[in-house]
Design a protein. Structure first.
Length: 565
RNA sequence: UGGGGCGUCGUCAAGCGGUAAGACACAGGAUUUUGGUUCCUGCAUUCGGAGGUUCGAAUCCUCCCGCCCCAGCCA
């Protein structure tokens, strides 16, 4: 693990940076930035970008800025800014005193625009949005010049000043770069630089009624911050000529834009728009619903920042579109929690077991190891008594082949307890449901060892009925039933692939008494079941609510699945 | 049918003219008081296809095929 972390895999961005350092392109500097728009919560795709940008900076002994790309007040909110900051921090990254906003640069941006106007490289256009679209042409047909393209520098300057002064209404005019209406790259067909928006900005208030567009604001913001490598996703590749054009025309410090493929994860969706839709339509409880691929969702699910960082490193960085198997993410969190999470016993679907030959009222304290992977975590005592609960699925009246658990007449081990043998099955007369088991125990097998060396095939987890604590447990599965919900075959909407069983809430779970006063947000492995997280929001004094982060690998389930097919 | 990208194992992904890393997944086996963990073993004679250059090609050239992105006053 450490070897892996100390020698990060090679990728094309690192190669570019190494080359730039060698040729002294930026005097050996490496400065990056993470530039989210505060219009939604961060998802694991952003985590990839965060790890990349902050990681690269750290690797080259430099820094990465956090900059909010807040140029569109109609979509952006303070709530998102706060969530983004806390998510980046939670992931383990630090922007120190370099928290920036594109809106901090509005005045500078305005000056740049004026400069382009004076250079004859920008003009105010009175065409409507629809007309601009028409004049732009199509993918295969060139565009044509706006009738306003030939305005004088003086007129453009005057109009632009009056746009800023609020003399015109929304949508009536825009400022455009004068580039090339017949360019094969649509982004170069006189892109809009400023639009009029009579909106209150979350930071600048009503100071502005014109707002810069992404292409104009982003390159200049990068330049102001002396970024060296401006890393963004593939869809901006076509924008690079424009990025370069603005900086060249303005004669500004010029960072290098580099594009990589965004992360896609199987069994989920990654676009903010779609995630917002799930939130707004109530398919999930919020942005931090543990079913969501958001950073806050994974946090609430019980994922650790380490596991997510490790995942981001393992998936690599490249330019080809891909869908990473969510099994890799699950592997990363299991790997982390296996080493760190203390073990405990919890019974999700309790089946009552009475040990008939165990003395009534007797209680024994048995020793249980907290984490077999880490002896330093010590051990604890768990009470054993005559009436216990075991997992419903650990008993089978007519066991199939390879079923090693409890069955009539069969002996199994209770973990850290005794060997018990099923003597009698009690069923509900009406439903035929097994409601209780009567077993006998072998007093010589205390702790789970047999002096005569006889072996049992199965070891079950259990809790003492009188000593156990009640708990609510939420079992989470994948949000979608299909690996690629965007593959909308037969015209099906991605939401038609939503997994109706992605959340199952169990309310009559029983957990061992040592979990009495555990900390909110702590993580446990419930033996044989999976890793669980104490939900910090819904748990309270005397009320335990656990979220299942991920199940343990389950080779028995695999066998069952195979035999079913 | 314009422009920009991309095609290496089921999924990610190294490789940059010297004869296909690694991870996940999967399949066997060993160990095991978690059917967990750990540990072995197997898993691309082949790099989208076809030609060509070369002693030698996933790497260079040519053509072809496929996939993604672009026609917001979103980012």
């Amino acid at each position: 693990m450490f070897a892996k972390e100390s020698t990060p895999p090679s990728n094309f961005i690192r190669t570019i940076i190494e080359e730039d350092i060698k040729t002294n392109k930026y005097n050996g500097r490496v400065v990056t930035r993470f530039p989210p728009e505060p219009n939604g919560y961060l998802h694991i795709g952003h985590a990839k970008s965060i790890c990349l940008n902050f990681g690269l900076a750290a690797e080259y002994g430099s820094h990465c800025n956090l900059r909010f790309d807040d140029t569109n007040p109609s979509k952006e909110e303070i709530e998102y800014i706060e969530s983004i900051k806390s998510d980046v921090r939670w992931l383990g990254f630090d922007w120190e005193d370099r928290l920036y906003y594109a809106s901090d640069y509005f005045e500078k941006l305005y000056e740049c625009a004026v400069q382009l106007i004076k250079k004859g490289k920008a003009y105010v256009d009175d065409l409507s949005a629809e007309e601009i679209r028409e004049y732009r042409g199509t993918l295969t047909q060139p565009g044509k010049d706006s009738p306003y393209r030939g305005r004088s520098v003086e007129e453009n300057f005057d109009l632009f000043q009056r746009m800023r002064a609020g003399e015109f209404k929304d949508g009536s005019r825009v400022l455009r770069a004068k580039i090339d209406m017949v360019s094969a790259n649509l982004n170069m067909r006189d892109p809009v630089m400023y639009r009029i928006l009579q909106a209150t900005h979350h930071r600048t208030g009503d100071k502005w009624c014109i707002y810069p567009m992404y292409d104009f604001a982003h390159c200049i913001s990068d330049s102001i911050e002396k970024i060296t490598h401006s890393i963004c996703t593939l869809e901006f590749e076509d924008h690079r000529p424009l990025y370069d054009w603005f900086l060249n025309e303005l004669n500004l410090y010029h960072p290098q834009q580099i594009e990589f493929a965004r992360l896609n994860l199987s069994y989920t969706v990654m676009s903010k728009r779609k995630l917002l839709e799930l939130v707004k339509e109530g398919h999930v409880s919020g942005w931090d619903d543990p079913r969501m691929p958001t950073i806050s969702g994974f946090r609430r699910r019980g994922y650790t920042p380490e596991s997510i960082r490790n995942f981001c490193e393992r998936i690599g960085v490249a330019k080809r579109d891909s869908i990473v198997d969510v099994a890799l993410l699950e592997h990363c969190i299991r790997e982390d929690l296996n080493k760190r999470a203390p073990r405990a016993m919890a019974v999700l679907r309790p089946l009552k077991v009475v040990i008939d030959n165990y003395p009534e009222n007797q209680v024994e304290e048995l020793e249980a190891i907290n984490n077999p992977e880490d002896p330093n975590m010590g051990s604890r005592k768990i009470p054993f008594s005559r009436v216990l609960y075991i997992e419903e699925e650990d008993f089978c009246e007519a066991p199939p082949k390879k079923f090693f658990r409890l069955a009539p007449g069969r002996e199994v081990r209770l973990r850290y307890g005794y060997y018990i043998k099923c003597e009698k099955v009690v069923k509900d007369e009406k439903t035929g449901q097994v409601v209780e088991l009567h077993c006998s125990y072998d007093p010589r097998t205390k702790g789970g060892w047999s002096p005569d060396g006889r072996k049992v095939k199965g070891t079950l987890h259990w809790v003492s009925a009188d000593h156990s604590l009640d708990a609510q447990v939420r079992l989470y599965e994948r949000l979608f039933v299909t690996a690629n919900p965007l593959d909308e075959k037969q015209g099906l909407d991605f939401k038609s692939y939503l997994n109706p069983n992605a959340l199952q809430t169990l309310t009559s779970c029983k957990v061992e008494p040592s979990l009495k006063n555990i900390a909110l947000g702590s993580r446990y492995q419930f033996e044989r079941l999976g890793y669980f997280y104490v939900d910090p929001i819904d748990s309270s004094e005397g009320k335990l609510v656990f979220n299942r982060t991920v199940t343990l690998r389950d080779s028995w389930a695999k066998i069952v699945r195979k035999s079913e097919n």
